[in-house]
Design a protein around this ligand. Structure first.
Ligand SMILES: *Cc1c(COP(=O)(O)O)cnc(C)c1O
Length: 421
């Protein structure tokens, strides 16, 4: 039996239309920006394996560091115990985050990093006997698949089966020149109820790489702070260079109170989540009263092997060549966007740093639209490129080590898709 046949017997895949989806592609090995299937066919990973990979697959340096750690200590309970990799990763990360970030709380993925952030903010007020219990979020937001993370995400097809069970959240539109004043008064009207505002800074990934401007986010954040509302920057996707700077918050003047990280944190090697916060949030839990504890901990919290992958990834991230690669991708994306922006099939292109999205013009033909996503996906897969369009939106978001030739090949295949499909 082939791997695909065996898979179909036992595996339930995420985000997969079970009756109509193509069988999964068995991948046996990865190197640089490429993955290889069991027949040796090469695929360029243009989506960084669901946005996690930043230095390429099976990176020898990360592999070496992980192996060394595995031979020393694979895991230890993180309540009452600690270890070097967790401490060092927190120290090194806090050193490059906005100055006000002072404490690091580990979990195991992006959704849990968000759950922790929400709980920190709600309990921050609870511990002080102040009744602020509402959360503010953006329409179309995506913060993860667990219940709390779903609740602060926009209501959509992803959440439909659970909508009645999700706690109430105040949703606002992305800020722009035309609505910023209205948004501010909306926040002022709710201020005494609002515990926190959670947002994906500058780019809403899952909802279609929607981008918005630094200036208006800055204004919104400053206004929230003026009204005493805590700010959670969910940098699970935008962290570690994606937006052209180390973190999306590096583009901003205002500083968030809480930050969430996961995807790029270990370079895409292992699952790890991290929530950082300010000293005053931490201090609201610092007490002899047991009820003021943040009761949250996962079995694999701060797993030493995952932390050592994070440290190895950090070494690579801080190398001069990584910054140069990010700059190179930003420039190449810009040139490509210029080349295709006037194509009749391109409705619009948008770019923030290494993230380039293009919206496919679908006109009024809805049948064309409904099959478009699957046809695009298959077209690129046949060409040896992994691109996973979100509806009619194609986006490229490669590992930073992608070569110029690989980028050129992706661009040329997008151009031929524009002609052929
Ligand atoms: C992917 C994502 C999450 C969820 O992370 P998981 O590791 O998939 O649980 C949360 N927030 C944002 C902005 C994301 O893109």
């Amino acid at each position: 039996m082939s791997l695909t046949e065996r898979d179909l017997k036992v595996i339930w895949h995420p985000y997969t239309q079970m009756k109509t989806a193509l069988p999964p592609v068995p991948i046996v090995r990865g190197e640089g920006a490429c993955l290889y299937d069991e027949n040796g066919k090469r695929y360029i990973d243009a989506v960084s394996s669901w946005w996690v990979n930043i230095h390429g697959h099976a990176h020898p340096y990360i592999a070496k560091k992980v192996a060394e750690q595995l031979n020393k200590l694979e895991h230890v309970i993180f309540a009452g115990f600690t270890h070097q990799p967790a401490i060092e990763l927190a120290e090194r990360l806090l050193a490059i985050l906005p100055d006000n970030q002072q404490k690091a709380f580990y979990s195991d993925n992006g959704s849990t990093a968000v759950e922790v952030a929400i709980k920190m903010c709600l309990q921050y007020w609870h511990n002080q006997d102040i009744k602020r219990t509402k959360i503010l979020a953006f329409n179309n937001a995506y913060h993860g698949d667990t219940f709390g993370a779903m609740a602060v995400s926009g209501r959509s097809a992803f959440t439909a089966a659970f909508d009645s069970m999700l706690f109430e959240v105040e949703f606002i539109d992305l800020p722009e020149a035309s609505n910023i004043d209205a948004l501010k008064s909306q926040i002022s009207n709710l201020k005494s109820e609002l515990a926190c505002f959670i947002f994906e800074p500058l780019v809403q990934g899952a909802s279609g790489m929607l981008m918005y401007e630094v200036e208006y986010l800055d204004q919104l954040m400053a206004h929230c702070h003026k009204e005493g509302v805590l700010l959670i920057a969910d940098e699970v996707f935008t962290g570690f260079g994606r937006t052209g700077k180390s973190f999306a918050c590096d583009h901003l003047q205002a500083q968030p109170d809480v930050m969430c990280f996961s995807k790029g944190l270990t370079g895409g090697t292992m699952a790890l989540g991290l929530t950082t916060c300010t000293q005053y949030i931490y201090d609201a839990f610092l007490s002899e009263d047991r009820l003021k504890t943040l009761f949250h901990g996962h079995s694999y919290t701060a797993n030493p092997v995952a932390c050592s992958a994070g440290l190895a990834s950090m070494d690579l991230f801080l190398e001069l060549s990584t910054g140069k690669n990010i700059e190179r991708i930003v420039n190449r994306h810009q040139q490509f966007a210029l080349r295709i922006k006037d194509h009749p099939r391109v409705r619009t292109t948008r770019q923030t740093g290494t993230i380039l999205a293009l919206e496919w013009e679908t006109g009024t033909d809805t049948s064309y639209f409904s099959s478009l996503r699957d046809r695009l996906y298959q077209y690129f897969l046949d060409a040896g490129i992994i691109l996973r369009p979100l509806g009619n939106i194609i986006y490229i978001l490669p590992p930073y080590c992608i070569t110029d030739d690989e980028l050129s090949y992706i661009y040329s295949k997008i151009e031929s898709a524009l002609e052929e499909l």
